[in-house]
Design a protein around this ligand. Structure first.
Ligand code: KMH
Ligand code: ZN
Length: 275
């Protein structure tokens, strides 16, 4: 099996310091959490950014400041993957701002879904095509984020038309209310629906985080954990940092005999330029 790429979703847009006081808001806190995840074994940082008061933003300037802080603390081979999903209710223009920084990767959300309460995470087909076009124009590798099986089918259709570049790298997100649940059969169904030449990371939300991570490791996939998806290290025990969540994945991987990818190995697996 390939070495395991661990992505750390250090911040997110929905989780707050009320859920876990270690959730980062400021530029300094974002840097601290990225460093803790990198030191623990993450090779990709999936990045959302906030104002100092915690309000989610997709501001170009804030992403620039946070990425500069991350690279001040971490080596250049670490991959920083800004979100173009942002938070529910944001316009496409707002969400696209981090692409102007020409990141190496960015998320490409491939469908619309309910996101709890009255929230809807909107990604129409035309939005997806336009987001992917701008990524191709800037040579940004999309992480094709899917919350249900139909979104994989849509990504395959756009890929066949040349509107999403291949080979595609997916993030299979399981356990969002409104998306696919996080039973073993759900992950298998998603994995078996992927194109043969694709790679994938799996993300379990909340209590599904470590079960989904373990299943993905066994299946040969890659793993994402972080405060965006889950703030607990174990039942009732809040993680003190994103690094602690990554460390737990590393411990499970060691027990399963799965080597951890360095950022350089992650680059090779994903077809990104070496640094
Ligand atoms: N915050 C969610 C509405 C992404 O990063 O691309 C969307 C999200 C997906 O987190
Ligand atoms: Zn995200």
């Amino acid at each position: 099996m390939e070495p395991l790429i661990i992505t750390a979703s250090i911040c997110g847009a929905e989780v707050t310091k009320e859920h876990n006081p270690a959730v980062p808001y400021t530029v300094e806190e974002i840097g601290r959490e990225a460093l803790s995840a990198y030191r623990a074994g993450a090779s990709i940082i999936h990045l959302h950014v906030r104002e100092d008061d915690g309000t989610p933003t997709q501001s170009y300037d804030r992403f620039k400041a946070c990425m500069e802080e991350i690279y001040r603390l971490c080596p250049p081979e670490l991959i920083v993957q800004p979100s173009t999903g942002g938070a529910t209710g944001m316009s496409a223009e707002e969400r696209l701002q981090p692409l102007r920084l020409n990141p190496e990767m960015a998320t490409l959300d491939c469908g619309t879904l309910n996101f709890g309460g009255d929230e809807i995470f909107v990604n129409t087909e035309n939005m997806i095509i336009e987001f992917a076009r701008q990524m191709m124009e800037r040579n940004v590798k999309p992480e094709v984020e899917v919350f249900d099986k139909g979104m994989i089918d849509l990504a395959k259709r756009l890929n066949a038309r040349g509107q999403i570049p291949g080979p595609m790298h997916f993030n299979l997100v399981l356990g969002v209310n409104g998306g696919i649940s996080a039973e073993p059969r759900d992950l298998l169904f998603m994995v078996e629906s992927l194109p043969a030449d694709s790679t994938y990371t799996a993300t379990g939300i909340g209590r599904a985080a470590f079960p989904i991570a373990t299943m993905a490791m066994i299946l040969g996939g890659h793993v994402r954990v972080g405060f965006e998806d889950n703030v607990y290290l174990a039942r009732g025990l809040k993680a003190q940092s994103n690094g602690e969540l990554v460390e737990k994945v590393v411990r499970i991987a060691k027990e399963l005999g799965r080597e951890i990818a360095t950022p350089q190995q992650a680059r090779e697996i994903l077809g990104l330029n070496p640094k």
